[in-house]
Design a protein around this ligand. Sequence first.
Ligand SMILES: *[C@@H]1O[C@H](CO)[C@@H](O)[C@H](O)[C@H]1NC(C)=O
Ligand SMILES: *[C@@H]1O[C@H](CO)[C@@H](O)[C@H](O)[C@H]1NC(C)=O
Length: 182
Amino acid sequence: MKGVPNNYIVSLALMALACSVASAYDPAPLQDFCVAVNTSTEAVFVNGKFCKDPKLVNANDFLFQGLNIPRSTANPLGSNVTLLNVDQIPGLNTLGISLARLDYAPYGLNPPHTHPRGTEILVVVEGKTNAVAFAGLSSQNPGLIIIANAVFGSNPLINPDVLTKAFQVDKNVIDYLEKQFK
Ligand SMILES: *[C@@H]1O[C@H](CO)[C@@H](O)[C@H](O)[C@H]1NC(C)=O
Ligand SMILES: *[C@@H]1O[C@H](CO)[C@@H](O)[C@H](O)[C@H]1NC(C)=O
Protein backbone atom coordinates (compact mmCIF):
# COMPACT_ATOMS: atom_id res chain seq x y z
CA MET A 1 0.00 0.00 0.00
CA LYS A 2 2.92 2.22 -0.74
CA GLY A 3 1.89 5.72 -1.68
CA VAL A 4 -1.66 5.42 -0.27
CA PRO A 5 -2.12 7.91 2.54
CA ASN A 6 -2.92 6.41 5.92
CA ASN A 7 -5.97 8.61 6.51
CA TYR A 8 -7.44 7.26 3.23
CA ILE A 9 -7.20 3.68 4.53
CA VAL A 10 -8.65 4.72 7.88
CA SER A 11 -11.65 6.44 6.31
CA LEU A 12 -12.20 3.42 4.01
CA ALA A 13 -12.25 1.16 7.06
CA LEU A 14 -14.69 3.49 8.86
CA MET A 15 -17.02 3.55 5.83
CA ALA A 16 -16.95 -0.27 5.62
CA LEU A 17 -17.91 -0.45 9.29
CA ALA A 18 -20.71 2.10 8.81
CA CYS A 19 -22.14 0.08 5.88
CA SER A 20 -22.18 -3.15 7.83
CA VAL A 21 -24.85 -1.77 10.17
CA ALA A 22 -27.06 -0.30 7.41
CA SER A 23 -30.63 -1.60 7.21
CA ALA A 24 -31.84 -2.60 3.74
CA TYR A 25 -35.46 -3.49 4.49
CA ASP A 26 -38.55 -1.89 5.99
CA PRO A 27 -38.71 -2.04 9.75
CA ALA A 28 -41.02 -4.77 11.00
CA PRO A 29 -44.58 -3.51 11.53
CA LEU A 30 -45.45 -2.84 15.13
CA GLN A 31 -48.62 -4.90 14.97
CA ASP A 32 -50.39 -7.30 12.63
CA PHE A 33 -53.55 -5.20 12.59
CA CYS A 34 -54.91 -2.03 14.12
CA VAL A 35 -58.70 -1.97 13.82
CA ALA A 36 -59.64 1.71 13.81
CA VAL A 37 -61.92 3.13 16.48
CA ASN A 38 -63.03 6.74 16.70
CA THR A 39 -62.69 7.16 20.45
CA SER A 40 -60.02 6.24 22.94
CA THR A 41 -62.34 4.36 25.27
CA GLU A 42 -61.48 0.67 25.36
CA ALA A 43 -58.67 1.27 22.87
CA VAL A 44 -54.90 1.16 22.90
CA PHE A 45 -52.70 3.78 21.28
CA VAL A 46 -50.25 2.25 18.77
CA ASN A 47 -48.15 3.91 16.10
CA GLY A 48 -50.12 7.18 15.97
CA LYS A 49 -53.63 5.70 15.79
CA PHE A 50 -56.23 4.53 18.19
CA CYS A 51 -56.55 0.80 17.75
CA LYS A 52 -59.21 -1.47 19.07
CA ASP A 53 -57.99 -3.65 21.90
CA PRO A 54 -56.66 -6.73 20.01
CA LYS A 55 -58.52 -8.95 22.50
CA LEU A 56 -61.81 -7.45 21.29
CA VAL A 57 -61.05 -7.65 17.56
CA ASN A 58 -63.20 -10.11 15.63
CA ALA A 59 -63.76 -11.20 12.04
CA ASN A 60 -66.51 -8.59 11.54
CA ASP A 61 -63.87 -5.86 11.78
CA PHE A 62 -62.53 -7.15 8.46
CA LEU A 63 -65.85 -8.01 6.84
CA PHE A 64 -68.18 -6.29 4.38
CA GLN A 65 -71.04 -8.22 2.90
CA GLY A 66 -73.06 -7.50 -0.22
CA LEU A 67 -70.36 -6.46 -2.68
CA ASN A 68 -71.86 -9.05 -5.05
CA ILE A 69 -75.16 -7.16 -5.25
CA PRO A 70 -75.55 -4.89 -8.32
CA ARG A 71 -76.01 -1.20 -7.47
CA SER A 72 -78.56 1.13 -9.02
CA THR A 73 -77.17 3.15 -11.92
CA ALA A 74 -80.36 5.22 -12.39
CA ASN A 75 -78.64 8.59 -12.02
CA PRO A 76 -77.37 11.24 -14.48
CA LEU A 77 -73.89 9.67 -14.70
CA GLY A 78 -75.13 6.13 -15.21
CA SER A 79 -72.67 4.73 -12.70
CA ASN A 80 -72.49 3.83 -9.04
CA VAL A 81 -69.28 3.53 -7.03
CA THR A 82 -69.29 1.53 -3.81
CA LEU A 83 -66.07 2.46 -2.06
CA LEU A 84 -64.99 0.37 0.91
CA ASN A 85 -62.37 2.22 2.90
CA VAL A 86 -61.39 2.29 6.56
CA ASP A 87 -64.77 3.84 7.47
CA GLN A 88 -66.66 0.82 6.15
CA ILE A 89 -64.04 -1.82 7.09
CA PRO A 90 -62.21 -0.55 10.20
CA GLY A 91 -59.77 -3.46 10.00
CA LEU A 92 -58.18 -1.80 6.94
CA ASN A 93 -56.55 0.74 9.26
CA THR A 94 -52.73 0.76 8.75
CA LEU A 95 -52.97 -1.92 6.06
CA GLY A 96 -52.68 0.60 3.19
CA ILE A 97 -55.44 -0.83 1.04
CA SER A 98 -59.09 -0.31 0.12
CA LEU A 99 -61.38 -1.47 -2.65
CA ALA A 100 -64.39 -0.46 -4.71
CA ARG A 101 -67.16 -1.95 -6.80
CA LEU A 102 -68.20 0.05 -9.87
CA ASP A 103 -71.49 -0.50 -11.69
CA TYR A 104 -72.02 1.06 -15.10
CA ALA A 105 -75.20 1.43 -17.14
CA PRO A 106 -74.76 1.40 -20.95
CA TYR A 107 -72.74 4.56 -21.79
CA GLY A 108 -72.48 5.35 -18.10
CA LEU A 109 -69.25 6.85 -16.79
CA ASN A 110 -67.31 7.55 -13.66
CA PRO A 111 -66.39 11.24 -14.13
CA PRO A 112 -62.72 12.34 -14.30
CA HIS A 113 -61.31 12.36 -10.78
CA THR A 114 -58.16 11.86 -8.76
CA HIS A 115 -57.36 9.98 -5.55
CA PRO A 116 -54.84 12.24 -3.82
CA ARG A 117 -53.59 9.56 -1.43
CA GLY A 118 -53.69 6.46 -3.59
CA THR A 119 -53.01 4.74 -6.86
CA GLU A 120 -55.64 2.45 -8.29
CA ILE A 121 -55.83 -0.70 -10.34
CA LEU A 122 -59.13 -1.56 -11.96
CA VAL A 123 -60.39 -4.71 -13.61
CA VAL A 124 -63.62 -5.04 -15.61
CA VAL A 125 -65.09 -8.37 -14.56
CA GLU A 126 -68.17 -8.48 -16.75
CA GLY A 127 -70.31 -6.65 -19.20
CA LYS A 128 -70.40 -5.11 -22.62
CA THR A 129 -73.56 -3.10 -21.96
CA ASN A 130 -74.05 -3.07 -18.19
CA ALA A 131 -70.55 -3.39 -16.80
CA VAL A 132 -69.08 -4.23 -13.42
CA ALA A 133 -65.53 -3.42 -12.38
CA PHE A 134 -63.56 -3.86 -9.19
CA ALA A 135 -60.80 -1.53 -8.07
CA GLY A 136 -58.01 -1.90 -5.55
CA LEU A 137 -56.43 1.23 -4.08
CA SER A 138 -53.12 1.67 -2.30
CA SER A 139 -54.52 3.50 0.73
CA GLN A 140 -56.95 2.81 3.56
CA ASN A 141 -58.62 6.10 2.58
CA PRO A 142 -57.48 7.22 -0.89
CA GLY A 143 -59.56 10.44 -0.98
CA LEU A 144 -61.59 11.57 -3.99
CA ILE A 145 -61.59 14.80 -5.99
CA ILE A 146 -64.08 14.87 -8.88
CA ILE A 147 -62.68 17.51 -11.23
CA ALA A 148 -65.99 18.98 -12.47
CA ASN A 149 -67.44 19.23 -8.95
CA ALA A 150 -64.25 20.76 -7.56
CA VAL A 151 -64.12 23.42 -10.30
CA PHE A 152 -67.80 24.29 -10.80
CA GLY A 153 -69.48 23.03 -7.63
CA SER A 154 -67.16 24.27 -4.89
CA ASN A 155 -68.47 26.08 -1.83
CA PRO A 156 -67.67 28.96 -1.81
CA LEU A 157 -67.61 29.18 -5.62
CA ILE A 158 -64.37 29.97 -7.41
CA ASN A 159 -64.40 33.60 -8.58
CA PRO A 160 -66.06 33.60 -12.07
CA ASP A 161 -63.37 36.00 -13.37
CA VAL A 162 -60.82 33.27 -12.72
CA LEU A 163 -62.88 30.57 -14.43
CA THR A 164 -63.82 32.66 -17.50
CA LYS A 165 -60.17 33.42 -18.11
CA ALA A 166 -58.92 29.92 -17.27
CA PHE A 167 -61.38 28.26 -19.65
CA GLN A 168 -61.43 31.16 -22.16
CA VAL A 169 -65.25 31.31 -22.29
CA ASP A 170 -68.04 33.81 -21.53
CA LYS A 171 -69.28 34.20 -17.99
CA ASN A 172 -72.70 32.79 -18.97
CA VAL A 173 -71.01 29.51 -19.89
CA ILE A 174 -69.48 29.38 -16.41
CA ASP A 175 -72.87 30.28 -14.84
CA TYR A 176 -74.48 27.45 -16.80
CA LEU A 177 -71.86 24.91 -15.70
CA GLU A 178 -72.10 26.03 -12.06
CA LYS A 179 -75.89 25.65 -12.17
CA GLN A 180 -75.48 21.93 -12.91
CA PHE A 181 -74.02 21.42 -9.42
CA LYS A 182 -76.71 23.30 -7.42
C1 LIG B 1 -76.07 3.30 -5.64
O1 LIG B 1 -76.79 2.12 -5.41
C2 LIG B 1 -77.42 2.07 -4.13
C3 LIG B 1 -78.03 0.69 -4.00
O2 LIG B 1 -78.65 0.28 -5.19
C4 LIG B 1 -78.42 3.18 -4.03
O3 LIG B 1 -79.02 3.17 -2.74
C5 LIG B 1 -77.72 4.51 -4.24
O4 LIG B 1 -78.64 5.57 -4.24
C6 LIG B 1 -77.00 4.48 -5.58
N1 LIG B 1 -76.21 5.72 -5.72
C7 LIG B 1 -76.35 6.51 -6.79
C8 LIG B 1 -75.45 7.70 -6.82
O5 LIG B 1 -77.12 6.28 -7.68
C1 LIG C 1 -65.89 6.43 12.65
O1 LIG C 1 -66.30 7.64 12.04
C2 LIG C 1 -66.58 7.52 10.65
C3 LIG C 1 -66.81 8.91 10.10
O2 LIG C 1 -67.71 9.64 10.88
C4 LIG C 1 -67.77 6.59 10.48
O3 LIG C 1 -68.12 6.45 9.13
C5 LIG C 1 -67.40 5.21 11.03
O4 LIG C 1 -68.50 4.34 10.97
C6 LIG C 1 -66.92 5.34 12.49
N1 LIG C 1 -66.34 4.06 12.87
C7 LIG C 1 -66.64 3.44 14.01
C8 LIG C 1 -65.95 2.15 14.26
O5 LIG C 1 -67.43 3.91 14.83
